[in-house]
Ligand binder design. Structure first.
Ligand code: F6R
Length: 237
């Protein structure tokens, strides 16, 4: 495990963008797994700037998002598809067809899960996966549970996640109760993983993730078993 320390959230965004920029410069047709949420916003801002200045290009890249809420259309302002359009897709030269995200508004969610895994497999799997860390230790929306799912699946969100994500909605009752998420298998099969963690409130869960027992109660703890994990954080532990 490599541990990178950022002074604050601002420099975390810059460092994350430089880390991704190095990967894309080394491999222009990179298959990149991407998160949404508050933590990666700075990374997307800096990546956008680097792309707009012509320093990097996503023209040959493929991206796959980790997750999407069930029941929200792609133009719902709280959907993760909307987030990606606003923060990344509309600002860089990634061809529209190359940015994939599970659809949460389809009637056959099981078929959508299969489509997503097939799409990831058809390009040879995720090469570089960027992750955020949920307050309860989730990665993607792989929530604490008695088991871990390998494949893309529909998940019931925990009360803690609904509470944490209420900040983006008018109230907790408006937060979707389910999501589609990439499974732990696609994440762990990535060649390299960058875990972004920002803010004092995540100190305990980061400690459990990196130094606690590997357990389904803290899904991110499985990252301890990955052979090429970089942790970029502004929390000193
Ligand atoms: C979102 C995702 C989640 C978030 C996590 C942290 O696509 O995969 O696992 O990374 O909930 O979210 P923030 O960064 O908002 O604290």
């Amino acid at each position: 495990m490599e541990y990178l320390y950022a002074q604050d959230n601002l420099s975390l965004g810059q460092m994350a963008a430089r880390w991704v920029a190095r990967e894309i410069l080394a491999c222009p047709n990179l298959v990149l797994g991407l998160p949404t949420g508050s933590t990666p916003i700075g990374m997307y801002q800096h990546l956008t700037r680097l792309a707009q200045e012509g320093i990097i290009s996503f023209a040959q890249a493929r991206t796959f998002n980790l997750d999407e809420y069930v029941g929200l259309t792609a133009d719902h302002p709280q959907s993760y598809a909307f987030f990606m359009r606003e923060h990344f897709w509309s600002k860089v030269d990634l061809p529209k067809a190359n940015g994939d995200i599970p659809r949460g508004d389809v009637s056959d969610l099981a078929a959508e899960c299969r489509r997503y895994d097939d799409a990831i497999q058809s390009v040879g799997g995720i090469e570089v996966q960027i992750l955020g860390l949920g307050p309860n230790g989730h990665i993607g929306f792989n929530e604490p549970s008695h088991n871990m799912e390998i494949h893309t699946h529909v998940v019931d969100l925990t009360a803690e996640t609904i509470q944490a994500n209420t900040r983006f909605f008018p109230g907790s009752e408006a937060v979707p109760r389910q999501a589609i998420t990439m499974g732990v298998g696609s994440i762990m099969r990535a060649q390299r993983i960058l875990l972004l963690v920002s803010g004092e409130s995540k100190r305990d869960i980061l400690t459990k993730t990196l130094y606690g027992p590997v357990s389904t109660a803290v899904p991110a703890s499985i990252l301890q078993l990955h052979t090429d994990l970089t942790v970029l954080t502004d929390i000193k532990i």
